[in-house]
Design a protein around this ligand. Structure first.
Ligand SMILES: [Zn+2]
Length: 110
């Protein structure tokens, strides 16, 4: 296990940001390893740890391209399609039923 530099809460050096801070900047870690960690001591419990990434190695969040949007829509449509009647139920098929509600009603009535 590699040892990361540990900084006190609020004493993080410039150029480092947490995942949430990167997102606020429109950035993502971009595959880089965690560069450092922040620790906030807590009473009677282990310290609260936050992982820091280097801002200069961060990459912009991928913009939503038409291809990505289409892929996402396709994935959502698949989740809405009933495996029994193959119709778009208009909502995500409940995992507990495994099919759309009308199909489930027919199955349970049979
Ligand atoms: Zn159905």
């Amino acid at each position: 296990m590699t040892t990361l530099p540990v900084y006190r809460w609020r004493l993080a050096p410039d150029g480092y940001a947490t995942h949430r801070q990167l997102r606020a900047l429109g950035l993502r870690p971009g595959g880089q390893e965690v560069a450092a960690q922040l620790e906030r001591p807590r009473r009677r419990r282990g310290p609260l740890v936050a992982y820091l990434y280097r801002i200069d190695r961060a990459k912009p969040v991928r913009p939503m391209t038409p291809a990505r949007r289409a892929a996402l829509a396709k994935a959502m449509a698949a989740r809405r399609t009933c495996p029994n009647c193959h119709r778009d139920a208009g909502y995500c098929i409940p995992r507990s039923l495994g099919m759309c509600v009308p199909c489930s009603d027919i199955e349970s009535a049979a």
